[in-house]
Design a binder for this molecule. Structure first.
Ligand code: NI
Length: 173
């Protein structure tokens, strides 16, 4: 297994739409393992393949918040939202591709999602709480969408500008 570099804004690849995965094979399984290792190391609770530069519809998630609880890794290949609740939830969201930026985002509180798991089986899962937010946040990545898109244009521009500036002036030393 190997740690992968996580791409940050303003890299335009993060705005690309990811393509469906046609089959689960050894290469994909290795990518899934590397993505989990990268996500846990970051640390984060969700990672989309596009965030490590691979524009394919693949997510890894572990929304276990209690560090003493057993890990609950979920792999979603070609995830698809089936239903969203009318009820909403607000979470202070962050993103490994937008380090150190957090903002409250309102999303449907419950989501039913269909996906292929790493064994190649079709699954359906009802998500609520933090998991519902993570699933929606990660599926957005597959469509080139970021959580800052939910913020006011002024606030979003300010965040992007900061990263553009940082990319131009890399820290030396
Ligand atoms: Ni993210």
């Amino acid at each position: 297994m190997a740690l992968m570099d996580i791409i940050t804004i303003p890299d335009p690849i993060l705005r690309k739409e990811s393509a469906p995965i046609e089959r689960v094979d050894g290469d994909l399984e290795r990518l899934i393992d590397d993505m989990f290792e990268t996500m846990y190391d970051a640390p984060g609770i969700g990672l989309a393949a596009i965030q490590v530069g691979i524009p394919r519809r693949l997510l890894v998630i572990d929304a276990t918040r209690d560090e003493h609880a057993a890990p609950n890794p979920i792999t979603m290949i070609n995830p698809e939202i089936l239903t969203l609740s009318d009820e909403v939830n607000t979470y202070d969201e962050g993103c490994l591709s937008i380090p150190e930026v957090f903002a409250e985002v309102e999303r449907p509180a419950e989501v039913r999602v269909r996906y292929t798991d790493r064994a190649g089986n079709l699954q359906e899962l009802d998500c609520d709480g933090l998991l519902a937010t993570v699933v929606q946040h990660e599926i957005d990545h597959l469509d080139g969408k970021l959580f800052i898109d939910f913020l006011s244009r002024l606030r979003r521009d300010r965040i992007v500008k900061k990263f553009v500036k940082a990319a131009r002036n890399p820290v030396v030393g």
